[in-house]
Design a protein around this ligand. Structure first.
Ligand code: HSE
Length: 299
C-alpha cells in the first residue's frame, strides 16, 4: 500500500501587527512518514510505537478529515514521526505542521486529487486561522485572509539581508490560553495603530527600509496582553534592541521571541546567549532562515 514521506517547515506567525494574517515559513522541519494499512491506525515516533490514542493525534485527524472530504475509503495508517525539530507550543507552528503534514500526506496517498487552494482552505478550517498553515504550505512570507470559508493569500518577498533569530524558552504557552487573554473589542485608535503598522511593514520590506521596521513591528492587538505569559520578555526585547536588532516580536502566540537583524547574527547570538543564561528559565537561541519551499513530499 502507498507510503509517503512529508517534510513540513516551522512558521512564525503574526510578525508584530499582522495578527492572524502574516506568517513566514522557517528552515526548521518536522518529517513524517504515512503508510496506508488495512488495520487500525498506529502512531510511531522514530519507529517506536507510541501509547497515544490515535484519535487524539492531530496528524491522524487531519488525514482522516482530508480523506472524508474527498470520500476516499480507508482503514488506517501507520504514522511515523521521523523528525520533530519544531518545538511544541512555542509559537513556531508545531500544530500547523501536523495539520499541513497530514493533509499533504493524505492528498499524496489519494493521488493528488486536491489542488493548492483546497489544501489551504482545509488546513485553515482545521487550524482556525490561516497565518501559520498558509506559509507552511507555500513557503516564504505570506499575507492571508478569509473570505467566508475561502482563503486568499499573497506572497511577500523577504530581503536577503534580513536575518531572524529565535529565542526559544523551555516553557510552553498554549495557543488556547494566549487567545483567551485577548480582549473581544478594541479601541478605534488601537485598530488604526495596527492597520498602519501592518501596511507599512509590507512596503518597508518591499523597499528594504530596515530603519522603519521597529515601528512597523508595533502592535496593540495581541502582544501587550500576551507578554505577561512570557517571563522576562520585556527584558529580552530590551537586550535585543541594545544588541542592534532592527525589530522584534512574539512568534505566533509565544513563547518564542523573534529578533530581526540587518546583517550578521553571530555577535548577537553570542551576547544574547550569555544574557539568557543568567535568567531562571532555560532559553535556546538559534538563527532561522526563511524557508521558501513549503511542505514537500519527499518520497
Ligand atoms: N495568529 C495565531 C495567534 C497564531 O496569534 O493566536 C498562533 O496559532
Amino acid at each position: 500500500m502507498t507510503k509517503v514521506k512529508v517534510r513540513i517547515p516551522a512558521t512564525t506567525a503574526n510578525m508584530g501587527p499582522g495578527f492572524d494574517t502574516l506568517g513566514m515559513a522557517l528552515k526548521l522541519y518536522n518529517e513524517i512518514e504515512v503508510e496506508e494499512v488495512d488495520r487500525q491506525t498506529e502512531i510511531y515516533n522514530n519507529n517506536l510505537k507510541s501509547e497515544e490514542d490515535f484519535k487524539d493525534n492531530l496528524i491522524y485527524k487531519s488525514i482522516a478529515e482530508t480523506m472524508d472530504r474527498q470520500k476516499y475509503p480507508y482503514s488506517g495508517f501507520k504514522i511515523n514521526v521521523i523528525r520533530c525539530d519544531i518545538p511544541i507550543s512555542r509559537g513556531l507552528g508545531s500544530s500547523s505542521a501536523c495539520i499541513v503534514g497530514g493533509i499533504a500526506a493524505a492528498n499524496a496517498i489519494m493521488g493528488n486529487s486536491m489542488n493548492l487552494g483546497d489544501i489551504i482552505d482545509l488546513a485553515t478550517k482545521i487550524e482556525g486561522h490561516p497565518d501559520n498553515v498558509v506559509p507552511a504550505v507555500l513557503g516564504g512570507m505570506v499575507v492571508s485572509l478569509k473570505v467566508g470559508e475561502e482563503i486568499k493569500y499573497s506572497k511577500v518577498s523577504i530581503p536577503n539581508k534580513l536575518k531572524f533569530v529565535a529565542m526559544i524558552p523551555s516553557f510552553q504557552v498554549s495557543t488556547a490560553l494566549s487567545r483567551k487573554v485577548l480582549p473581544d473589542t478594541y479601541l478605534k485608535e488601537d485598530c488604526i495603530f495596527n492597520i498602519s503598522r501592518s501596511a507599512m511593514l509590507i512596503s518597508a520590506l518591499y523597499n528594504s527600509e530596515f530603519d522603519k521596521l521597529r515601528i512597523c513591528f508595533g502592535d496593540r492587538v495581541h502582544q501587550p496582553y500576551r507578554k505577561n505569559l512570557i517571563k522576562n520578555s520585556d527584558a529580552i526585547f530590551k537586550k535585543s534592541r541594545e544588541l542592534g536588532s532592527v525589530g522584534e516580536f512574539i512568534s505566533g502566540s509565544g513563547s518564542t521571541l523573534m529578533a530581526v537583524l540587518d546583517g550578521n547574527v553571530d555577535e548577537f547570538i553570542k551576547a544574547m546567549r550569555e544574557f539568557l543564561d543568567e535568567l531562571e528559565d532555560k532559553w535556546n537561541v538559534i538563527s532561522l532562515e526563511p524557508d521558501l519551499e513549503g511542505v514537500k513530499i519527499a518520497g
